[in-house]
Design a protein around this ligand. Structure first.
Ligand code: ZN
Length: 336
């Protein structure tokens, strides 16, 4: 009994030592935390959520745990041999996937020693040539330009990283399928971004994309239809529901209002009031209706501006909703 307690105590001390490492952010996978502080059972690493969790009692020992493993998978020794390499993860957002050599700007060698003055000129020339040959031909130069455009637009629209990766992949596929010929790079890049947004269910309207792009809405739409057909992207049409959460939060409305708008949209979908109409317009009208019902007044103009439609559209969709669904709103009163 005494032995057991002592053992547990030692484990606990070890754990606390590691815990300090964790807090100070120097934890790496070599520092073993193997037992639970509460029950002494084994701890496992939940890869999907980045948590260190006790398998017995479920106590979370570390959140936002960094997975320092490789980003690739290998199923046998041969594959492993092929894929093993060091460095940052591969990314589609850099034209060479981030795998080329970089010569840094510090005049220090690998051991941190200063490079002697007589060799500096040589290093300088090496560095210059390295940066020149990194983008070797016109195709690569175009790709670099397109990817930087994608990144610029995505930053302006506050889009997350995996979506950017996806848009870069779509653009690369389009290049490989020779779909860029006769089209502008900017147009296809914007279309790829639009497609990626649709794929990730964070829909941005063509208007929003066109605002940050260097081409107009028409061209983006044309390029989008072309590449989604040729690459067989099979995107579902956007629905009014996809925009709801974003518009509600941008208008600063409550969850009560959101719930109301949600059920209005659902009923409208059931009765076929959404087919053939722009999803943003229907969403805006549903929000306007629920604003009236929950007494959180927002003007049609404000709702129209946030949902990128005209006031007329909001008004038309709204009167359709009021006429067809029994909402208990009279049109005359609310249109004032
Ligand atoms: Zn436990």
């Amino acid at each position: 009994m005494k032995d057991q307690i002592q053992k547990l105590f030692i484990k606990k001390v070890n754990f606390i030592a590691n815990w300090k490492d964790l807090k100070s952010g120097v934890y790496d996978s070599n520092t073993e935390i193997s037992v639970c502080i509460e029950c002494g059972k084994d701890i496992f690493f939940d890869e999907n959520r980045g948590l260190l969790v006790c398998e017995e009692c479920g106590l979370v020992h570390s959140e936002k745990h960094i997975d320092r493993g490789p980003e690739w998978r290998a199923f046998d020794a041969d594959q492993k041999k092929k894929r093993t390499r060091t460095g940052a993860p591969m990314t589609y957002m850099i034209h060479d996937k981030g795998l080329s050599t970089m010569i840094d700007w510090k005049n220090r060698d690998i051991f941190g020693k200063e490079i002697p003055a007589k060799l500096r000129g040589q290093i300088y020339r090496l560095r210059k040539w390295q940066s020149r040959i990194r983008v070797s031909d016109a195709t690569e130069r175009n790709l670099t330009f397109a990817l930087s455009e994608l990144d610029r637009m995505a930053s302006n629209l506050d889009l997350q990283k995996n979506l950017r990766e996806c848009s870069a992949k779509i653009y690369r596929d389009a290049v490989e399928a020779h779909l860029i010929r006769g089209r502008s790079i900017e147009g296809v890049a914007a279309a790829s971004l639009y497609a990626a947004c649709r794929m990730y269910k964070v829909p941005r309207t063509l208007n929003e994309i066109a605002e940050v792009a260097r081409v107009d809405k028409k061209e983006i739409g044309r390029s989008f239809r072309f590449i989604s057909k040729e690459l067989e992207l099979n995107l579902n049409p956007t629905k009014p529901m996809d925009f709801l959460t974003r518009f509600i939060s941008e208008l600063g409305l409550t969850t009560k209002c959101q719930k109301m708008a949600k059920s209005i949209i659902r009923i409208a979908e059931e009765r076929g009031l959404t087919s053939g109409r722009g999803p943003t317009g229907v969403c805006a009208a549903a929000i306007y209706a629920s604003c009236i019902l929950t007494n959180e007044r927002r003007t049609q103009r404000k709702i129209a501006r946030i949902s990128c439609v005209t006031e007329v559209t909001v008004r038309n969709r709204f009167s359709e909703l009021v006429e067809n669904l029994n909402l208990g709103i009279s049109l005359k009163k609310s249109n004032k």
